[in-house]
Design a protein around this ligand. Structure first.
Ligand SMILES: N[C@@H](CCC(=O)N[C@@H](CS)C(=O)NCC(=O)O)C(=O)O
Length: 239
């Protein structure tokens, strides 16, 4: 296999942004933990294997290279999988957009775990309600409004041509539809470009096949995007 992806079993999580790129390109890869179990990641996390030591999954192994951080992984894969337009400016623009997506992913995660990642949701529910209300009312309109404009400027694509950034924006929209359906219903009329992008990505043959396969796990309440009805609601600023 050309690529070995390492990520937790049982959830889409941050690994899904890498998986979507590998699947869209029809790349030769193995999802190692799904074959060998989560323990397969430990030697890398312990620094017992060669290459750069990852702090956390996902990480990708390609020959002697070990690459962690979703945005860095996609920065490396983009040109190899033909998932970024040519040229330094386009590659940097893609990286910058992907890092902004990473910021958004962290804020989405923190909306259900605002106090401590290692503590139960039930023990931080009150704080989560406040944080989720802020996410819905201020942060999602700001982030998604920004990406809407970026996609509009690119004639329906973040970079003016298909790229890994479009695949990640697809995942953001699908994840938020699962986690915050009421908020997304309120926001969607303001996001026609992102909705068109979502539909176009879903129809790409390799993505459609992937979404219909067993490799695409369902969203669940262990991942980044979690649906807790008490955290969902309207977008006050748009009401
Ligand atoms: N910025 C990193 C975040 C990596 C990350 O937070 N991974 C999570 C799973 S989605 C993890 O295993 N974290 C362990 C920890 O933070 O202790 C990326 O985008 O790859």
């Amino acid at each position: 296999m050309a690529y070995q992806l390492y990520y937790w079993t049982g959830i889409q999580g941050r690994g899904e942004f890498v998986r979507l790129a590998l699947e869209d390109a029809g790349a030769d890869y193995v999802d190692v933990a799904r074959v060998d179990g989560d323990d397969a990641m430990q030697p890398f996390l312990d620094g017992a294997r060669g290459g750069a030591r990852p702090f956390a999954p996902p990480f990708l192994v390609s020959g002697a290279l070990v690459i962690a951080q979703v945005a860095a992984i996609l920065h490396v894969l983009g040109p190899k999988l033909d998932l970024v337009p040519e040229g330094e400016a386009a590659r940097l623009q893609a990286l910058q957009l992907q890092l902004t997506i990473a910021d958004l992913v962290t804020e989405i995660h923190d909306s259900h775990h605002p106090i401590a990642s290692a503590e139960y949701y039930a023990d931080q529910k009150d704080a989560a309600k406040r944080r989720a209300a802020d996410l819905r009312t201020h942060r999602l309109p700001k982030f998604l409004g920004y990406f809407e404009q970026v996609v509009a400027q690119g004639d329906g694509r973040a970079l003016g041509a298909h790229s890994y950034v479009d695949l990640s924006l697809f995942q953001i929209v699908r994840g938020l539809d699962y986690a915050y359906p009421e908020a997304m219903a309120a926001l969607s009329p303001k996001l026609p470009q992102l909705r068109e992008l979502e539909a176009r990505v879903a129809e790409r043959p390799n993505i459609a096949a992937y979404l219909a396969s067993e490799r695409r796990l369902a969203f669940n309440t262990n991942g980044i995007f979690r649906h807790y009805p008490e955290l969902d609601g309207g977008i006050a600023a748009y009401d």
